[in-house]
Design a protein around this ligand. Structure first.
Ligand code: SME
Length: 159
């Protein structure tokens, strides 16, 4: 299954168009949150070979590391801190072309060069964020934002 499911060809947009329905199918009928977030992170990383893909979950008014694919990462992030805490605080996607130019960026790895963080919102409240790091600068565009926000909406139903 995995071979035919992942590593789509074409532009990044083409790949998202294939990937999003695949993730929907992967999580369909499976109620376990951790299992679904873990497979979603794996599918994203496997498709695009991003440096790091993962979720931070809102727990007791802080972000706590959830399922991810990639190197060891910071465990807890406070509201308003870093890209993740800022995305949570502002309840909006943050696209960071160059992490060195984002004041307060939390560098879990020196290899991360650009980043996108998408909040997952349930009943008007941010319940988690999807964080993706790339090892190259300027790796994310409005296309990523559009499709990752679509994915965040799908995943919000799991919470
Ligand atoms: N760079 C993030 C921290 C999380 S790691 O990238 C996995 C931030 O500034 O919030």
């Amino acid at each position: 299954m995995a071979e035919s499911l992942l590593f789509g060809e074409g532009t990044r947009e083409d790949q998202y168009k294939v990937l999003i329905p695949q993730i929907k199918a992967l999580i369909d009928g499976e109620p376990d949150l951790v299992a679904n977030l873990a497979n979603s992170a794996a599918a994203l990383r496997q498709t695009f070979d991003f440096f790091w893909v993962g979720f931070y979950l809102v727990k007791n008014d802080e972000l706590v590391l959830g399922p991810f694919q990639g190197d060891i990462a910071c465990t807890r992030i406070q509201k308003g801190k870093g890209v993740c805490g800022s995305s949570w605080d502002q309840k909006q996607t943050l696209l960071v072309p160059d992490v060195d130019l984002f004041e307060g960026h939390i560098a879990c790895s020196a290899l991360s060069q650009s980043e996108i963080v998408v909040p997952i919102v349930k009943a008007s409240t941010v319940v988690a964020v999807l964080d993706i790091d790339s090892a190259v600068k300027n790796d994310f565009s409005q296309t990523d934002q559009q499709y990752l926000e679509e994915l965040a909406l799908i995943l919000s139903e799991l919470f």
